[in-house]
Design a protein around this ligand. Structure first.
Ligand SMILES: [Cu+2]
Ligand SMILES: [Zn+2]
Length: 180
């Protein structure tokens, strides 16, 4: 009887351990996600979602899915303010630039941390652009945190050289990047 009791205690301990190991392995809390729901500005008809996911080793992947606009190329950036209250999107401010650089091409200094580039929209009115980088964080509260900033799509193309924002023209979409 005493041995049987000891055995069930052992069994209980083992299953508790297995449960702990299992829940660690299946835990996806080491990814952090933020999204921006895009709304039309200047009555463009644009909609879409931009998702930022930071994984366990600190890399951030952005995926922007944009729809509702004519086939072509459009500038897309992260702007400094997560404020889409203005009907023309200007409330989002200028390019997000916590490192105080000039505007340019992502990956070739100088460039803003918000310089995504241009997105290609197909004949069906939809397009996707993605980026993976360790220059951003999601929800870390540091200067390079994308949370609380504004995603902007422009009516024109980013020429990658005009200061301070690539001469991309009016803003046709805006979204506030919010931690999920
Ligand atoms: Cu912009
Ligand atoms: Zn820029």
């Amino acid at each position: 009887m005493k041995n049987a009791l000891k055995f069930s205690a052992l069994l209980f301990a083992l299953s508790a351990m297995a449960l702990v190991i299992y829940s660690c392995a299946s835990d996806d809390s080491d990814t952090t996600t933020a999204t921006a729901e895009m709304v039309a500005t200047n009555n463009s008809g644009l909609s879409g979602t931009v998702t930022f996911t930071e994984d366990a080793d600190g890399g951030v992947t952005m995926e922007a899915n944009i729809s509702g606009i004519a086939e072509g190329e459009y500038a897309i950036h992260i702007h400094a303010m997560g404020d889409c209250s203005a009907a023309d999107g200007t409330s989002a401010g200028g390019h997000w630039n916590p490192t105080n650089e000039d505007h340019g091409v992502w990956g070739t200094a100088p460039f803003h941390l918000g310089d995504i580039g241009n997105i290609t929209i197909g004949a069906d009115g939809t397009g996707t652009i993605s980026r993976t980088t360790d220059l951003w964080c999601v929800g870390c509260g540091e200067d390079n945190d994308v949370v609380g900033k504004g995603m902007i799509v422009h009516e024109g193309i980013d020429d990658f050289s005009s200061q301070p924002s690539g001469a991309a023209g009016a803003r046709i979409g805006c979204g506030v990047i919010e931690l999920q």
